[in-house]
Design a protein around this ligand. Structure first.
Ligand code: KG4
Ligand code: ZN
Length: 404
């Protein structure tokens, strides 16, 4: 029997207060065949303006903002969906910032109590895996055929860097993870060192891309050209010449690129950026209190992105090869990075040529790489179909370090 259900999903694990409502229907009596979905609403209130001032997310500040935003977001989602009757509430229970998670969980409990409906606790990372399914349209399908497996998921966000192997839906085996900073966290910290606003990933990506364009344009793109222009002026200051030669010598390490496991480490890379800026300020005393020049920012951004992405691509491709992966899923905020997608795609093309096996690569649609409640609703639906919902709400708790 086909049954349509409506799920309201809540996501408050970090700095976005998100609510989504979906209508889902199994494609056949055999739920393994998947389901079709209709997005009734998907809204979010981002807090980055507030966190920008402090250069990062402080859990208690995030909590305060979620408390302010959760009801307006719920009301907006309901209004956009034309006030449907909700059958179940999916809520992120971890991993994430516990004070922030609790805001969503408490709201979900109160609402579920009032509506007398169950709650589906959802793992945020499972949400990121399911974020690849929605397209740009309001309806989409999730096919769950066996021929997709094995699947490798690369989950890269502000809190995680993980390679997860899946031999069936909802069955996860983590084969690698970061031993220190997450990749998104490294992007954010480097951005902060460069005086760029939070969240830093898109900003660092933008500078790195500009720098790469200069090189692609024959080495005379804007930033380099400007610096060379200075060279050609009559009264050139020696320090400007030296800044350019300092920039041209920048290289950063590729941490753990040759290690046999699938683990990552980004804290050394971040420290290399810190030391480089310190060395620069020591050598060019006039910058000790000033912002570092743009040409240096661009160089750092590019070299940092090159290093971080080279390690990720190399290890991911090795994991695909070893596990004979048929489908590759990338999720989490950093999956929005254009250069990462480009590098992964070209490495996959080469791997396919080598192994003669086709690999489907799937990335989230625009806007769904970073946190959203739509992905929680989809993961929640499949958990619901597996009867993983609860009517006893006391058991539902925030677990900051919840693992897949
Ligand atoms: O998944 P997400 O929204 O939140 C967590 O679960 O952590 O990921 C946020 C992270 C931030 O570190 C942000 O800087 C990074 O994703 N990010 C990016 C890009 N867009 C977001 N990093 C690199 N390039 C991007 N285009
Ligand atoms: Zn996330």
């Amino acid at each position: 029997m086909q049954k349509r259900i409506k799920i309201l999903a809540i996501e408050t694990s970090c700095d976005d207060t998100c609510v989504a409502i979906i209508e889902a229907e199994s494609s056949s009596s055999n739920e393994k065949k998947g389901a079709s979905f209709k997005i009734l609403s998907n809204v979010a209130q981002n807090q980055s303006d507030i966190h920008t001032k402090y250069g990062g997310v402080y859990p208690m500040m995030a909590k305060r903002e979620h408390i302010k935003n959760i009801r307006p977001m719920y009301e907006l989602a309901m209004e956009k969906a034309k006030n449907p009757k909700i059958d179940a509430i999916a809520v992120t229970v971890g991993p994430g910032l516990e004070p922030a998670l609790w805001v969503g969980i408490t709201f979900a409990k109160e609402l579920a109590e009032k509506l007398k409906i169950p709650i589906i606790p959802v793992n945020h990372m499972e949400g990121h895996i399911f974020s690849i399914f929605p397209t740009k349209t309001k309806t989409f399908k999730v096919e769950k055929g066996k021929n997709f497996f094995p699947i490798l998921s690369l989950l890269i966000s502000g809190g995680h860097t993980e390679l997860v192997l899946m031999k069936d839906w909802m069955k996860y085996k983590k084969i690698g993870e970061t031993r220190d900073d997450a990749i998104g966290e490294a992007f954010d910290k480097v951005a902060r060192m460069l005086g760029l606003p939070y969240p830093g990933g898109p900003e660092v990506g933008r500078l790195a891309e500009a720098e790469r364009q200069d090189i692609l344009l024959g080495g005379l793109g804007s930033a380099t050209a400007r610096a060379r222009g200075i060279f050609q002026q009559k009264n050139i200051r020696t320090s400007q010449k030296n800044i350019l030669s300092f920039c041209q010598r920048i290289t950063f390490p590729r941490p753990m690129i040759h290690s046999k496991d699938y683990d990552f480490s980004f804290s050394g890379l971040k420290t290399a950026v810190l030391y480089l800026i310190r060395d620069f300020k020591e050598q060019f005393g006039e910058y000790s209190k000033k912002e570092i020049p743009n040409i240096l920012k661009q160089k750092i951004a590019r070299e940092f992105e090159d290093a971080a992405i080279e390690v990720i691509v190399k290890k991911t491709i090795r994991a695909m090869k070893e596990h004979k992966i048929k489908t590759f899923i990338v999720g989490g905020g950093v999956s929005a990075n254009k250069y990462l997608r480009q590098e992964l795609n070209s490495a996959i093309v080469n791997l396919q040529k080598e192994t003669k096996n086709k690999i489907r690569a799937r990335y989230p649609a625009p806007g769904l790489s970073t946190d959203n409640a739509l992905m929680i609703a989809i993961a929640g639906y499949f958990q619901y179909k597996n009867k993983k919902y609860l009517k006893d709400f006391d058991k539902i708790k925030a677990v900051g370090n919840l693992s897949l």
